[in-house]
Design a protein around this ligand. Sequence first.
Ligand SMILES: Nc1nc2c(ncn2[C@@H]2O[C@H](COP(=O)(O)OP(=O)(O)OP(=O)(O)O)[C@@H](O)[C@H]2O)c(=O)[nH]1
Ligand SMILES: [Mg+2]
Length: 478
Amino acid sequence: MMNREKEKLQQLQRSCLEAGNAATAVKLGQLAEKADSGLTAIAFCGHFSAGKSTLINSLCGKPLLPSSPIPTSANLVSIRSGDAGAEVTRIAGDGKTAGMAERIVQRVPLDELEKYCVNGTDIESVRITYPLPLLGGRGMLLDTPGIDSTDDAHQLATESALHLADVVLYVMDYNHVQSEINFTFAKKMKDWGKPLYLIVNMIDKHREQELPFATYRSGAEQAFRSWGIEPAGMLFVTAKEPAHPHNEWGKLLALIGALLERGDELQQYSLDRSVRFLLDEHAAWLEAEREPERLRLEAELAGDDGAASEELQREYEAKRDELEQAREAPDALTAELRKETAALIENANVTPAVTRDLAHEYLQSRKPGFKVGLFGAAAKTAAEIARRLEAFRRDFAEQVEAQLDWHLRGALKQAAERYGVKSAELAAAIEALGAPVSGEWLAAQVSGAAGFGSDYTLNYSRQIAAELKANTASRRLS
Ligand SMILES: Nc1nc2c(ncn2[C@@H]2O[C@H](COP(=O)(O)OP(=O)(O)OP(=O)(O)O)[C@@H](O)[C@H]2O)c(=O)[nH]1
Ligand SMILES: [Mg+2]
């Protein structure tokens, strides 16, 4: 690190400490240390249980990360190349004044790390070292805690180890690629301006007979594009099945190699971004800290009368803001709903295996020549077809309610609440929301030219799911 940058960092850290902003001061200290090490940091972020730790362990060729989560306050777990061992940093005393508190650094043998971590609640960071040719003296990997709500996604972006990351690999579960939280996080990453790679993990869950891999892949790529997210790259891997035909493990290794190769340039850029970000964070902290004091001083200076009129003024401003918000609410609400419901509808699996089985039963009865009984066969056959259709319809309707409508109603109600829209009409519309599924509609979707094999059942299921979703999507906001 250049001396000038070091000075800038130290100066900023001093003013944070003087002001009492411990959290930012700690991050600045970590940033200075990281910059000094000259290592390029590759951070693995993503949804809870997306396979971040498993991926890191596979890349290292050894289960270095403990299988149970490490309870840390700063959640900083790094892996670098070196003699086997771990260094655990604990905060002594009160966590609230962490910036000023004393730190205890302890070396722990790797095989005792898990036990050691489970017992500790005040761990600030864990640094694991092991001889790793992949990283050499050039890089380190950062494991981050899983996120499982859009709030977490914001939090991770602002509060966790991202100030240290030079590059972010965002890991997703094969089955949860098109979920809102992924988009939220990826968007948030743009604020940091650090390179983002999307890693779709667990592709061993793919079933080629249900969907060609190429279709899955382009769907996933398209989804991010349509959300205005242009990652630096997108890879499809599995940590479970190395020999899987679509596994891009080699590409992942090559990517890490290439990133480390360009390390200097990446570090330079990200250090600049991080300092700016932390500077903004400190400014926001100061603002929030000083606000009550400012108000108190103003009231004091103005005397009692002044305070009273100031209160009136504030009340008036609050009312005005409220009115303004109410006026803007419908637009904002519509935009937000469109975004939220699109993901919900997209992700709902309304034709799981049980439903497809019932559809198959029914479709078999629609095969030309299908017949039940010998005497009065026509009536018996018709009754059997109707019975199968009804069994299928009932199950499908239940799936639609449980997988789609219920979630939609929840999202709509929450959004309405968030925007303070209280209208009986809207509430009734939300309650009434639901895609009616009639037997006639299901019967009409059957193609006369069908072969009625299991392939057709799959196509048919996909078709009714798509139709129903398209109907729901066009109805949801009207
Ligand atoms: N089928 C399959 N399972 C995987 C794969 N990778 C990881 N898993 C499993 O997914 C589960 C979660 O993996 P973790 O590595 O703990 O996920 P994580 O993202 O670190 O989870 P958190 O740290 O809790 O957020 C484990 O049971 C893994 O064995 C994969 O490629 N395929
Ligand atoms: Mg993990």
